[in-house]
Design a protein around this ligand. Sequence first.
Ligand SMILES: Nc1nc2c(ncn2[C@@H]2O[C@H](COP(=O)(O)OP(=O)(O)OP(=O)(O)O)[C@@H](O)[C@H]2O)c(=O)[nH]1
Ligand SMILES: [Zn+2]
Length: 217
Amino acid sequence: MAEKKIVTDDIVENGTVVGDYPTHYERRDMYDAETTRDVADHVASIIQKLGEDPEREGLVKTPERVAKAYQFLTQGYAQDPKAILRQAMFEETYNEIILVKDIEVYSLCEHHMLPFFGKAHVAYIPDGHIVGLSKIPRTVEVFARRLQVQERLTLQIREAIDEVLKPQGAAVVIEAQHLCMMMRGVEKQNSCTTTSAVSGAFRNHSTRDEFMRLVRS
Ligand SMILES: Nc1nc2c(ncn2[C@@H]2O[C@H](COP(=O)(O)OP(=O)(O)OP(=O)(O)O)[C@@H](O)[C@H]2O)c(=O)[nH]1
Ligand SMILES: [Zn+2]
């Protein structure tokens, strides 16, 4: 049997992996040991450069925690949204709007690596195939768990749905607040950015209006 590579959520006894700690995500290898160590080393340097003592009690485990947090927040690079959507596609003749709204989104802005967060509303009109409802928020997650700009995040979700389901049309709206504009920089606490991406039937004004009415209802 091939020797199991040790990852940081493994339970290790005398150098042998004897189990793994439960995580609520499927990816057991999310916290790669080498990546965690390398990123943690850099985080320790950052802490020191910022004038803190990385060895003091409260901070001693911080580099490793941060390294794991960033691996969690960027796990989307290792996930395939199209495979997720294909997992649960069903033939169906329903051909009205299907809207999954108020999907929480947490992402990292690629300019400052600070969070932006809000809600995504995702709709499509099927053309022969519907998809398992949970796969829509899962698709949002895959693209959100990367370094992003809100515009690209919006477009990528719409493109994945179009490419896999080949619907009559797809529409995505994201409303988000950016901590890089709140905690620093321009320091505007109440600004909210809305982005949208539509295709096919949603380019028609009345369909787009119906979508927006459903989102606001
Ligand atoms: N279009 C877009 N811009 C974003 C997003 N997230 C952050 N930004 C912006 O990226 C820009 C980067 O601008 P720079 O001038 O290079 O960086 P900066 O000096 O830190 O800018 P300030 O935030 O204005 O202090 C800022 O205007 C941010 O508000 C996003 O999702 N989409
Ligand atoms: Zn930013």
